[in-house]
Design a protein around this ligand. Sequence first.
Ligand SMILES: [Zn+2]
Length: 183
Amino acid sequence: MNIATGSILNMAPAGHDWVVAFDEGDETLPATVCPVVGWATVIEAHLNDGTATTCVQPAFLYVDMVWTPNELREHNPAVSGFEIRAREITPPVTKVEIVEPGGQEDDATEARVFHRATGWTINPEHGVETCTSNFYRQQDGRPACTDTAVWKVVQECGYGLSIGFYCGDDLPAEYSGARELRA
Ligand SMILES: [Zn+2]
């Protein structure tokens, strides 16, 4: 069996955690970043005894087609510097301290505000948590919020911890400092 170097023997699907970055030949432009959709077993080289070596390469989506680095290099010899990277990690935890009107900094309640672009799942059976503002929206007769609740606010209160989830628009004003910390 004679299979050309660079041929894909098989492919395993990739999770959502990886991207591939590369230069398209113009160093003044930022690297192009494409999602990895699979891990391809690729013929790497043919040995004198007729056997072949393989390697695993990322298969990635670029301009509506799936490519391996080998294929894209053949198509556009200017591309270089392929690098597999973890997809952007959720930004680090932000911390906001709340001082009640008339209160002192000392008796600030500590609120921890977390951001996750895809929302939060506390109980897998529940699915993604919905916007806590719905509690008030329902009382006020406003339509329910269907936006992704990207913010999680954990705050100490008299009886323990309160946890709320909010979309970008409904994040209460007292936590808006978290937005700036994140920016
Ligand atoms: Zn909302």
